[in-house]
Structure formats: C-alpha cells, structure tokens
Design a protein around this ligand. Sequence first.
Ligand SMILES: [Zn+2]
Length: 122
Amino acid sequence: MTSIETDHYKKLLETERARLHDAVAFLEKENAGSVEEELGEISGRGDDNHLADMATATYDRELDEGLEEGAQNTLGEVEAALQRIEDGSYGVCEVCGEPIGAERLSAIPWTRLCIDDARRLA
Ligand SMILES: [Zn+2]
C-alpha cells in the first residue's frame, strides 16, 4: 500500500476516532449519576407516571450503556488499525494475508479482514 493511500485511511481513522471520543464523552455526561440516584429522583416525585418513567429511565440507561460499550469496542479497533498503519501491516487480511479491497477499507477503515473472510467468519 502506498503512503498516499495509508494517509487517506489514516485521516478516515482519525476522524472516526474523534467522533467516537465525542460519542463516549456525551454518553458518559448523559449518565453521570448512578441509575439508583436517577430512579430515586423519579420515584421521589411520587406522581402517577413514576413507574412508567422509571421503566423508561432504566431502558434508556441500558441502551446508552450498550452504545457506549459498542463505541469503546470500535475505538479499540480504530486504535489498533492506526497501529497497523505505523507498523506497515495495514490493509492486509489477518486470515488469508491478501490485501483488503479499497472499497471495503473506505467503508470500514478499521477492518482486519477481507470481504470473503469477514463473510465466512460472520
Ligand atoms: Zn482474507
């Protein structure tokens, strides 16, 4: 892979890394307090809807935790891909050793697998 190409993917990865950092920071800020505190606040209101509100708050919190975990996992893959660019192994399938297609790298710049192995292992 030429340095021009790796520069292109490096930019894509750095953009994605910044976006993921923002997403994680936002989710962490959204859920700064503990779920117990949040539910305590809702139940303390004692209005008619507090049970429904508590269920919604619990669901939202679980959804956010799943999103944050997903973002953290992708962030780890993005960092690993940037490391592969540094050590020169970027863009090579970790299963078959063949080059990963440019279209696939543009779509998922942190991918470790070619399309065939990704499908086979999915
Ligand atoms: Zn492969």
